[in-house]
Write a protein that binds this ligand. Structure first.
Ligand code: HEC
Length: 124
C-alpha cells in the first residue's frame, strides 16, 4: 500500500480526481481538433491556386484575410470575376461603385484561368 495514504476513502477521491483530469484533457483535445478542422477547411485545387496568387501578389496592399481591409487596399472577399478582371486592367465593371476612390492598385497580366482561381479563393 502507498504509505502516504491514510485511509481507503482518500485513495478513492484521488482516483475520481484523476479521472476527471483525464476527462478534461480529452475534452480539451477534441475541442482543439474540432476548432483546428474548422479553421483550415480544405480548399478546392482551383481555390488553392488562387490562394497562392493572392498571397504572392495581393498581400502587399490587401489583407491576408480577404474579408478585412488591408494596409492600402480594401476587403476583396466575394469579388466577382468581372470585378477582378477589370481590376487587373486598373478599371471597374460598368456601373460598379468602388470601395475606394484611389487609383493606387497595380495592374496585373493574369490569364482567365488565374483570375478564375482568384475568384474561387475569394468566395467565402
Ligand atoms: C499596390 C497595392 C495593391 C496591390 C498589389 C493589389 N491591390 Fe487591389 N486594390 C488596391 C487599392 C488601393 C484598391 C482601391 C482602388 C484603387 O486604389 O485602385 C484596390 C482595389 C481592389 C479591388 C476592388 C475592391 C472594391 O470592391 O472596390 C479588388 C477586387 C482588388 N483590389 C483585388 C486585388 C487582387 C486580386 C490583387 C492581387 C492580384 C490586388 N488587388 C493587388 C491596392 C492593391
Amino acid at each position: 500500500m502507498n504509505p502516504f495514504q491514510i485511509n481507503g476513502s482518500g485513495s478513492e477521491r484521488g482516483g475520481i480526481h484523476r479521472l476527471s483530469f483525464f476527462g478534461f484533457l480529452l475534452l480539451l483535445f477534441f475541442t482543439l481538433v474540432f476548432s483546428f478542422c474548422k479553421e483550415s477547411k480544405p480548399l478546392s485545387p482551383e481555390a488553392e491556386a488562387g490562394r497562392g496568387l493572392y498571397m504572392a501578389n495581393c498581400l502587399a496592399c490587401h489583407n491576408a484575410n480577404p474579408k478585412l481591409d488591408g494596409a492600402v487596399g480594401p476587403s476583396v472577399a466575394n469579388s466577382s470575376y468581372e470585378l477582378l478582371e477589370a481590376r487587373m486592367r486598373g478599371e471597374y465593371p460598368p456601373g460598379y461603385v468602388p470601395k475606394r476612390q484611389s487609383t493606387a492598385m497595380t495592374r496585373f497580366n493574369f490569364t482567365e484561368a488565374q483570375i478564375k482561381s482568384l475568384e474561387e479563393f475569394l468566395k467565402q
